[in-house]
Ligand binder design. Structure first.
Ligand code: ATP
Length: 247
C-alpha cells in the first residue's frame, strides 16, 4: 500500500477495567471506502474517536495524513459525522450549514454552491429554511451528513450516516459516497445495515475487541463460504462466541 491516509497501530483502549480494543491494527489507503462493522458495543465509535484524537489510548497510535490527531490544521481536511447530531435547533438548516462552512473556512461563495449540491444529495432542498427544531430524527441525520460533506474534505469519517434514512435516499447517498471515492476521497463509515457493507471497498469487522477480518466483501464471502456480508458477519460472530466459550 502507498502511504496510508488513516493508520491505527497496535491500539489498546480500555474504559476502566473493560478492554474495548485489544491490539487493533489497520491502515486505510487513499480513495477507498472502508466499512467498519461489528455488533453494538464492539468499539466502532471508539475507533473513530481515537482516529480523530477525541479518545486517548492505553497503547498504540492512530494517525491521519501521518499526523497524530487532534491537529487543528488537519481538521479542515476531514469531514466528520458523529453518531449524535450537533445542530443548532433554533437556526434553520441553511444557517447551520453556513455556520459550519464558516467554521471550516469555506469561502461564502463556494459554501453557497456546495450547500446547493449537498442538500440535493441528502434531499433537504425544500426544508432548508425551516428551523431544525421542527426537523424529524432522519432529517437531522441528513443535515449532519450534509455538514460532514461541506468543505470538500479529503477524508470523510461517518458514524452511522444512514440511520433513520429510507432506502431510496440511502441509495442516493451511497451513489454520492462512491462518486466522492472515485474522486480520490477516503471514507470510513460505520453501519449496522448489512446491505451497505456490500457497497464498500473493504470491510473491517470488529469482534471481541479484535479486528477479525479486513478484506473486500467478495473475498470475505469466499473465505467464509457465504453469499452475503450479513451471513459472514453472523458466522464470524458465532465462531467468536464458540472460541470465547472454549477458553
Ligand atoms: N466514555 C466511555 N466511558 C465508558 N465506557 C465507554 C465509553 N465510551 C464507550 N464505552 C464502552 O465501550 C464499548 C464500545 O462502545 P462504542 O460506542 O465504541 O461501540 P459501537 O461499536 O460504536 O456500538 P454501537 O454500534 O452501538 O454504536 C461499549 O461497551 C461502551 O459501553
Amino acid at each position: 500500500m502507498t502511504k496510508p491516509i488513516i493508520s491505527m497501530k497496535n491500539i489498546v483502549k480500555k474504559f476502566g477495567d473493560q478492554t474495548v480494543l485489544n491490539h487493533v491494527d489497520f491502515d486505510i489507503a487513499q480513495g477507498k471506502i472502508i466499512g467498519l462493522i461489528g455488533p453494538s458495543g464492539a468499539g466502532k465509535s471508539t475507533i473513530i474517536k481515537i482516529i480523530l484524537g477525541m479518545e486517548k489510548t492505553q497503547e498504540g497510535t492512530a494517525t491521519v495524513f501521518g499526523q497524530v490527531m487532534p491537529n487543528r490544521k488537519l481538521l479542515n481536511r476531514i469531514g466528520y459525522m458523529a453518531q449524535t447530531d450537533a445542530l443548532y435547533d433554533a437556526l434553520s438548516a441553511r444557517e447551520n450549514l453556513m455556520f459550519y462552512a464558516d467554521m471550516k473556512g469555506v469561502d461564502p461563495k463556494d459554501a453557497k454552491e456546495q450547500i446547493e449540491h449537498i442538500t440535493k444529495v441528502v434531499d433537504l432542498v425544500d426544508d432548508l429554511d425551516k428551523r431544525v427544531s421542527g426537523y424529524s430524527g432522519g432529517m437531522k441525520r441528513r443535515l449532519s451528513l450534509a455538514i460532514a460533506l461541506l468543505g470538500d474534505g479529503e477524508v470523510l469519517i461517518l458514524d452511522e450516516p444512514t440511520v433513520g434514512i429510507d432506502p431510496a435516499l440511502r441509495r442516493k447517498i451511497w451513489d454520492e459516497l462512491h462518486s466522492l471515492r472515485d474522486d480520490g476521497k477516503t471514507i470510513l463509515v460505520t453501519t449496522h445495515v448489512m446491505e451497505e457493507a456490500e457497497l464498500v471497498d473493504d470491510v473491517a469487522l470488529i469482534l471481541g475487541g479484535k479486528l477479525i477480518a479486513y478484506d473486500t466483501p467478495a473475498n470475505l464471502k469466499a473465505k467464509y463460504n457465504e453469499d452475503t456480508v450479513e451471513n459472514v458477519f453472523l458466522k464470524a460472530e458465532d465462531q467468536n462466541e464458540k472460541n470465547m466459550g472454549n477458553r
